[in-house]
Design a protein around this ligand. Structure first.
Ligand code: SAM
Length: 244
């Protein structure tokens, strides 16, 4: 599988992709990661990648042309159109299920924004606008790293024993992983649960499942359908107003 990341700061990501599981996956030839300098695709010179927002407002908006030119160049290199993702706090939420689906694609392009964001025409031309969580970062580089790592782990062979990904949080639906213990058996008054030394695989399996559900209920009730805050009246009204 091939990942192409288009960013103003390729050097931010290079060290991240040069270690650990992702380095191993590249060395085994299971994935390829290409970093592209967005400014190099600007038709108006390296310095001109952003401009003031039409309609006024704070900050600068990234111009569309460099992103389109970068995707054109990558498409030419790959030989067919890759799956194009714009990283954006306004996107659909990245999940383990999405990571599994992306891992089935041959080539994925990740476009990283900065400043106040990216001209909306880039989102319109992309296959997916993707957010890694309900918070705003200064740029799409960390989200790109998150998406590449989570997706690469779903490519068969990348995680040593595939089984270890299969017991992870979210792998089999809206459930967190079970708590793990290792040596020492007792530490600062906290003991490892006895059942884990029983050798009884069925008891251990049931204990882990129970603990996984308990943790899900305690830490992530939202995964089980609990809504935390309803929209306000203004939120509801504004969605019904016509544009213009
Ligand atoms: N004005 C934008 C908004 O209200 O959604 C935020 C722009 S943010 C400061 C700059 C860039 O960081 C975005 O274009 C996007 O590429 C990236 N970014 C920030 N938060 C993100 C998130 N949660 N998920 C994915 N990308 C994010």
């Amino acid at each position: 599988m091939r990942f192409d990341i288009v960013t103003l700061y390729p050097e931010m990501l290079r060290p991240f992709f040069s270690q650990g599981v992702l380095l191993g996956a590249q060395e085994k030839g299971l994935i390829q990661i290409h970093l592209h300098d967005l400014a190099a695709f600007s038709p108006h010179g390296r310095a001109i990648v952003d401009d003031r927002p039409f309609g006024g407002g704070a900050g600068m908006v990234m111009r569309p042309e460099p992103f389109f030119h970068a995707v054109d160049a990558i498409t030419k290199e790959v030989g067919k159109r890759p799956y194009v993702i714009l990283l954006s706090a306004q996107g659909v939420l990245f999940t383990q299920q999405l990571a599994k689906e992306l891992a089935r694609k041959e080539a994925v392009v990740l476009l990283c924004g900065r400043y106040e964001g990216v001209d909306e025409r880039v989102a319109r031309a992309s296959d997916l606008e993707l957010s890694i969580g309900d918070y705003v970062l200064a740029g799409g580089e960390l989200p790109a790293g998150v998406v590449v790592e989570a997706t690469a782990r779903m490519v068969p062979g990348v995680v040593g024993r595939f089984q270890s990904a299969a017991t992870d949080s979210f792998f089999s639906g809206p459930r967190l992983g079970y708590p793990q213990y290792t040596r020492p058996r007792s530490f600062r008054g906290m003991k490892v649960p006895e059942v884990l030394f029983s050798g009884d695989h069925e008891r251990i399996r049931r204990f882990r499942l129970r603990e996984a559900w308990r943790k899900t209920l305690r830490n992530r009730p939202d995964l089980l359908g609990l809504r935390l805050k309803a929209p306000t009246t203004e939120d509801t009204e504004i969605t019904e107003e016509p544009n213009g």
